[in-house]
Write a protein that binds this ligand. Structure first.
Ligand SMILES: Cc1cc2nc3c(=O)[nH]c(=O)nc-3n(C[C@H](O)[C@H](O)[C@H](O)COP(=O)(O)O)c2cc1C
Length: 359
């Protein structure tokens, strides 16, 4: 495919396949188990239909909004995904620069190929960065990472992943966690000379809500809990004072068979109504109309995982920027066609569940 023919986000996917060994391509693209949740994340958006409002002045549209009180040019950020360095030499620096120039937020993965310090130093001061964290078996190590995050002064929130007590199993992924770590750089975790992968710096499967309380004592950064799909967990998050909830199923890479994120959104939004918790969504966002639907259903912003990787494979920083630009353009177009001039005008009446499913 010639580059100019890439007019929508899914057009970028083949570039990832083309540029990587099959094992790595499988790692980046697959879902867990049979891939039911992975596929459903995308398909579920089709089960909701838009209810446009016409004869409203939509000549000027403002896509700008804010997240945790911080401005973003449009409500699409970049979710944390591991090891961008395998896809492009500039790794997360390229992704972060693209998010920065597009005026949106990037969440850096704990498993990034470039260190959190290098990424922070590679983008302008006013770039909005969040840091993703898993709680590791070694709390000392976990705390050390948080101190490094604090020391940069550049990360404005901690995004704590809670849907990964253990690694989900992807059928076509021969890379197990240990092998994966051996073949990649994980400088946010292995940052001392000679330090190697071991049990204590792997994810702690014994984590509970008490550990979220512990985290709150260790950091003054706002905490966003990533991986919530149910009202029960959402209420726990709100009662503990989480600043945000990212409705996510890890892109269908953890527990196969859980609901698509767009199908889980209303339950979560309803559960935290009246609190100050902001609700975001990732999983299956591929089009501007997906963004519009998620916002109408109560998300403050959405995030993309794989599409950013496709852009990175296509052309590094410029490729990620192109993917973000397409989503911004499509979102603005969808706003106009649905009768919205601002994000505040995107309200629940714009969406209904379709009686025809995803046809
Ligand atoms: C290759 C890959 C690596 C990922 N690595 C992480 C990670 O390190 N931490 C994390 O919290 N989520 C991780 N995720 C999940 C994403 O943050 C996000 O939830 C998911 O990709 C969103 O779905 P989408 O890919 O359909 O946009 C990863 C996802 C993919 C595809």
């Amino acid at each position: 495919m010639a580059a100019d023919e890439s007019v929508c986000v899914v057009d970028f996917e083949p570039y990832l396949k083309r540029g990587l060994e099959a094992t790595w391509y499988d790692y980046y693209s697959n879902g867990a188990g049979e891939g039911q949740t992975h596929r459903d994340n995308v398909k579920a958006f089709l089960r909701y239909r838009l209810r446009p409002r016409y004869l409203r002045d939509v000549s000027n549209r403002v896509t700008r909004t804010s997240i945790l009180g911080l401005d973003i040019e449009f409500p699409v950020g970049v979710s944390p995904t591991a090891t961008h360095g395998v896809i492009h030499g500039d790794g997360e620096k390229a992704t972060a620069r693209a998010a920065a120039s597009a005026g949106t937020v990037m969440v850096l993965s704990l498993y990034s190929s470039k260190s959190l310090e290098d990424v922070a130093a590679s983008v302008p001061e006013d770039t909005l960065l969040f840091m993703q964290l898993n709680i590791l078996r070694s709390r000392v190590k976990t705390e050390e990472i948080i101190k490094r995050v604090d020391a940069t002064g550049r990360y404005k929130a901690l995004v704590v992943t809670i849907d990964q007590p253990v690694y989900g199993r992807k059928r076509a992924q021969p890379l197990n966690a240990l092998l994966y770590a051996k073949h990649t750089q994980v400088p946010n975790i292995l940052n001392h000379p000679g330090e190697t992968w071991c049990d204590s710096n792997s994810i702690d499967p014994a984590c509970t809500w008490d550990d979220i309380k512990w985290l709150q004592g260790v950091t003054s950064l706002p905490i966003i809990l990533k991986g919530i799909l149910t009202a029960e967990s959402a209420k726990m998050a709100a009662s503990l004072g989480a600043a945000g909830i990212l409705v996510s199923n890890h892109g269908g890479r953890q527990l196969d068979g859980v609901a698509a994120t767009i199908d889980s959104l209303s339950e979560v939004v309803e559960a935290v109504k009246g609190s100050n918790v902001e609700v975001y969504l990732d999983g299956g966002v591929r089009k501007g109309t997906d963004v519009l639907k998620a916002l109408a259903m109560g998300a403050r912003a959405v995030f993309i995982g794989r599409p950013a990787l496709w852009g990175l494979a296509y052309n590094g920083e410029a490729g990620v920027r192109k993917v973000l630009d397409i989503l911004k353009d499509e979102f603005s177009l969808a706003m106009a066609l649905a009768g919205c001039s601002s994000v505040a005008e995107i309200t629940p009446d714009l969406v209904k569940a379709s009686p025809y499913g995803s046809l």
